[in-house]
Design a protein around this ligand. Structure first.
Ligand code: SF4
Ligand code: F3S
Length: 106
């Protein structure tokens, strides 16, 4: 499956959801995740994300490995998102910040 990682937190650009052929993105208050049971690894979303938050599960960087389990967990809780919307208000500022995992709202 593909995995949404740190860069998305507090930005949530949502360009990714428009291209997913199986609508497997799920939306939380300030982060998106991919349902790993539904993702067919088409790779289309990877290039859409302006902050390069999406990786194939096999290519998730070492310091973001915990996002694999987080996508699996939160995708069971959060509702689907299938259309692009405006990014979060402070996306420009937060796009430059890393290590945002503890700021994810549930
Ligand atoms: Fe959807 Fe394809 Fe991205 Fe998986 S890799 S989340 S199927 S767009
Ligand atoms: Fe997040 Fe990038 Fe999609 S910031 S909402 S993974 S386009």
């Amino acid at each position: 499956a593909h995995v949404v990682t740190d860069a998305c937190v507090k930005c949530k650009y949502t360009d990714c959801v428009d291209v997913c052929p199986v609508d497997c993105f799920r939306e939380g208050p300030n982060f998106l995740v991919i349902n790993p049971d539904e993702c067919i690894d088409c790779t289309l979303c990877v290039a859409e994300c302006p902050v390069e938050a999406i990786y194939s599960e096999d290519d998730v960087p070492e310091n973001m490995q915990e996002y694999i389990a987080l996508n699996a967990e939160l995708s069971q809780i959060w509702p689907p998102i299938v259309e692009k919307k405006d990014p979060l208000p402070e996306h420009e500022k937060w796009a430059l910040v890393s290590g945002k995992k503890n700021q994810i709202e549930r």
